[in-house]
Design a protein around this ligand. Sequence first.
Ligand SMILES: [Fe+2]
Ligand SMILES: [Fe+2]
Length: 294
Amino acid sequence: MSNVILQVLERDLPELPPQVAEIIEELRDPNLIDRPVLIRKINECGNLGAAVLRVVNSVGQRRGRRARSLEDAILLVGLEATRHIILGILLQALFPQRQLLENFDRRSFFRHCLGTGLAAQLLCQEAGLSGRFDTYKLVNYGLIHDIGILALDRCLPVTLNRIFQIATEENIPILQAEGKVLGRHTHSAIGQWVCTKWHLPPDIRNVVQYHHAPRRAQVNKQEIIIMHIADTISFNYYESLRESVHKYEIEADLVESLGLSMAQILKVEEALPQRVERALEILEPIAQDAPCIF
Ligand SMILES: [Fe+2]
Ligand SMILES: [Fe+2]
């Protein structure tokens, strides 16, 4: 990575507060989670527990069941889902929700991230894989896959602004503009650096590192292909939000590897905007009430 970018990130990306680092460490391996220890640590971490309950109950409302404690939440949605809800809330809370930059639209970017998770869910439904991939996990992966962009927003906002300015002025896709500004030090490479610095769990690091290069993934390859295609579908939706005509291509062999057809991809593309709007109605009020970590 460019020395300048790395130096700024090293200087400006804060260390995780010890309480947060301990919770993330507890969530590192889903098979090794000690429930009483996890619950105690969450209850000691500001309003994190309340935020987890809000997410669980916002979705659980539809099922007519309500969690009153973290123990209830785990019983209601399961330990793996709870793990991803906690990680999703914590990692979002590490980055500012504000919109300061002229060319980087934080709200549209959130739509892209949420859209990536929801597109992944729709792809799994189409492929008959819903039973294998938890919805909360896919949404969390969507929310965090572009953590490199969030790190740029936090530490190098002028650089990020320049990427979006060039994309608009030269009427080129955002990823092409990123290449012009960052060279080979893409947001995936920056995201990978953030995952290492903060000791984020390996499954999250894998998604961050390979969502633009799924063929290079060594583990959980099917999961990475799902996230890659979902990211592309959602990126095209994101480009359409800024009235761009650019469309990223989806590779047919990757689609086939999931047992899907291009007609099914089109179906997901058509369903996505409405799904995102519905999910925003639930998530935006929760995001405004997110725990304050730094
Ligand atoms: Fe990305
Ligand atoms: Fe993305």
